[in-house]
Design a binder for this molecule. Sequence first.
Ligand SMILES: [Zn+2]
Length: 408
Amino acid sequence: MRRPDLPEDVSLFLITVDTLRWDAPGFMGSERDVTPNLDALVAGGTIYDRAYALGSYTGQAIPPLLTGRYASELHRNNRHETKVSDRETFAAELVCGPKVKCGAVLSHFLFDRQFGWSQGFHDWIMAPSSPPEQMSRDLKYNSHSVAAKAIEWLSKPENTEGRFWFWTHFMDPHKEYIEHPGFRRFGDDRRDMYDHEVLFTDHHIGEMLARFRELPAAGRTVVIVTADHGEAFNEHGRWCHGKELWEEIIRVPLAVVGPGVAAKRIARQTSQIDLFATILDLFGVKAPEGIHGRSLVPEWVEGQELPERPVIADQPRNPYYETRRAFIKDGWKLHDLPDTGTHRLYRITEDYERGDSLVESEPEAFARIKEAYDLFVATELEPLPALDYGGDYRSMPPPQGARRDRRP
Ligand SMILES: [Zn+2]
């Protein structure tokens, strides 16, 4: 397969937006014009129409994205705030070094260095929030300070004159949805206020992109835009995210733009598990043996498309959530609920998980997809490993229901 004409010194700008569900940006179909800056950015790029996050919330979505390993495979603690062992190899550890400068600007306590996600990065910058005293209820906002810290990093010539990987994570679409004076409002319901937050976030992304575009390096930099997970608005009797792996919670936008990247849309289902191999490929780093995922770089060329693969989203049990897995193949989606020994089956391309599970009414499809899922688990996933860097997931205490919905 021919590779895009990537510059030899190609760099990467990764922009992730927390809780940005798949249909929120204009480039994914929203008609509210809440992402004019992201829309303009990706207009000339490759857009993935059916991209999936790796988990239901930040702590089980971002570490897998950075390591190419599903959440249940990671050596980690058993807390909602996921601490990842330094036994895990993060993409930045393979990419960053004297020839590639790596910086990240983060926006939430979950990213604090103590949790180990910063492995490999030279600069790991936590953006302050306003107002800090309201952190406990998430009544904070910080897109302005993420953008300011990003502009500061981008403006230091020593960061971008050579190859670099720069990553910014914006947080504000996350609940609580709060009002930002001076920004357009769409109404008072939760989706209206969420879209208002997306608009606010996009505005500050636009300010950051304006500075980025002035850099000499902009012309040799690939920009990837995506989210860590989506957001539910009561489609399945649930708000926010975490806990379940419904489409609204795990489907995310994914777009790529840059030198050599074609303007096209890819309809095939795609998992963020591929981003690990993709990032390594961009920097010419050979992927370790036996990793999940594959580089998406070859299909950024016009006329190329990779074959479909099953998609899996993984939610190992934590103190607040039960174990869940979702397996998507051939237009079917299987939910595995091992804590109760039950499954759900949907034909997602047609019914978007509406109505009753088809486990009983479509026994042949259920048997076929379940068999493929069992094979995938047996052959692709490492056996459920260490918690607290030892022990076994079966020894974990049951989830505490009372606080489940209160967590980020
Ligand atoms: Zn998140």
